[in-house]
Design a protein around this ligand. Sequence first.
Ligand SMILES: *[C@@H]1O[C@H](CO)[C@@H](O)[C@H](O)[C@H]1NC(C)=O
Ligand SMILES: *[C@@H]1O[C@H](CO)[C@@H](O)[C@H](O)[C@H]1NC(C)=O
Length: 175
Amino acid sequence: MRLIKQLLVALVIASLLEGWWSCDGCLENERNALLQLKASFDCHEYMSLCSWGLYTDDCCKWENIHCSSTTGRVSKLSIQGDYWASEWCFNASLFLPFQELTSLSLQYNYIIDCVENEDAGFERLERLSKLEFLDLEYNSFNNNNSIVSSIGHISSLKSLNLGHTGLESVTDIQG
Ligand SMILES: *[C@@H]1O[C@H](CO)[C@@H](O)[C@H](O)[C@H]1NC(C)=O
Ligand SMILES: *[C@@H]1O[C@H](CO)[C@@H](O)[C@H](O)[C@H]1NC(C)=O
């Protein structure tokens, strides 16, 4: 009888510990990278990313972020701008900490390729070896083909959305 009681106590403690662990369940370097991403935006109240970090440290619970249930690492990330968004100097290096990322959506962000800087170009996303889905719909790239050719280097990509970017006509890099 006493043994069963001890066993039950141990079980309760174990489940409490697990709850505590998963409640803080995102990697510190990924959390910091997300906060750095947030800081690269001109935050205004309509963007969901602007609430990141306000209510919990567990970045897996932040809006529009999905973590892998096996690794606990960020696997899907969506940063949705909107009509009021201001231009965003894209810096691909900010995404490199997310090595388990499979899906990245950056719709409506007025992404501009304002980089002389080789740290920052889209081709860097090539280092995300699991990235399969990239959604850049509703960004205005000013018909800049260099963006498309850099995306062409991301060999893991299975799906690319360039709708309403002015680059629709050159999207046959898929496959
Ligand atoms: C891009 O981000 C990386 C990593 O945070 C940083 O070291 C680099 O200076 C940034 N580049 C630009 C052009 O902002
Ligand atoms: C496209 O962007 C590159 C830098 O990434 C720049 O050197 C080039 O002048 C741009 N081309 C056009 C047509 O804007």
